[in-house]
Design a protein around this ligand. Structure first.
Ligand SMILES: CC(C)(COP(=O)(O)OP(=O)(O)OC[C@H]1O[C@@H](n2cnc3c(N)ncnc32)[C@H](O)[C@@H]1OP(=O)(O)O)[C@@H](O)C(=O)NCCC(=O)NCCS
Length: 204
């Protein structure tokens, strides 16, 4: 598990997420986890803003992208298509909807011209102390232009703005280099993430 090196409220039944007043993955079967936490995981005061944004909302707009922090206009079938395009398993849209209802914070980018989601990240958690980031994806046609970083920076900032300082995620080995500059470190202070493994249990 990756922890963010120093760096909301649960969703109601609607898919509207609380919007942070800021400016600014599912655990894959072969994932390695990393995380980011402040020095005190129980502190309710966030150091904010953590880092300047690499790309402003206005710059994204000028490039034809709209930022969203709720799932109200998110087309779940098209999101599913992005998951599949990056190699995640296709999921039941009904289950995606439930997952989003239990999501504390999300950020996604929509291409204005086609209205399709092209970048996405979400976080679940207890709403005050801890969060885990899931489903960080960028449509392959839009990778490498800063959208992954843009959603991650904003998602982390939104969590920090709520006082959620203990932020973790699972990372595939090939993506560690993407998360590190965003402040995530593996095994902080020797702390290791552990994931329940049914397979391993059977072996015993
Ligand atoms: C990983 C992913 C989200 C990155 O999104 P992206 O939009 O392509 O990345 P960005 O363009 O925002 O890149 C931001 C920075 O990270 C770097 N970067 C991107 N992917 C990287 C990788 N796999 N390893 C190392 N660095 C990476 C970029 O070079 C860039 O560096 P810079 O700021 O110095 O210019 C995207 O490639 C993706 O969706 N991959 C498939 C799904 C996946 O693996 N998700 C993560 C599951 S753990």
């Amino acid at each position: 598990m990756l922890l963010r090196g120093t760096a909301g409220t649960p969703l109601p039944s609607s898919l509207h997420l609380p919007t942070a007043t800021t400016s600014r993955h599912h655990p894959h079967s072969h994932s390695l986890s990393i995380s980011a936490s402040s020095s005190s995981t129980t502190s309710s005061s966030a150091t904010f803003p953590a880092t300047p944004l690499s790309i402003s909302d206005a710059e994204l707009e000028s490039r034809g992208f709209a930022l969203h922090r709720d799932a109200a206009s998110l087309d779940l079938d098209r999101l599913n298509a992005v998951f599949v395009a990056v190699g995640f398993p296709r999921r039941d849209p009904g289950k995606i909807r439930v997952a989003l209802e239990h999501t504390d914070a999300l950020v996604w980018v929509q291409q204005r011209r086609t209205e399709k989601p092209v970048a996405f990240a979400r976080a679940t958690g207890d709403g005050v102390f801890n969060a885990i980031i899931w489903d960080v994806v960028v449509d392959p046609s839009f990778q490498g232009i800063g959208l992954g970083k843009a959603v991650m920076e904003r998602l982390v900032d939104d969590l920090l703005a709520r006082g959620i300082n203990n932020i973790a995620l699972y990372s595939e080995p090939r993506v560690l280099g993407f998360y590190r500059p965003l402040g995530f470190v593996a095994d902080p202070d020797g702390i290791r993430g552990m994931v329940y493994s049914r397979k391993q249990k059977k072996k015993k």
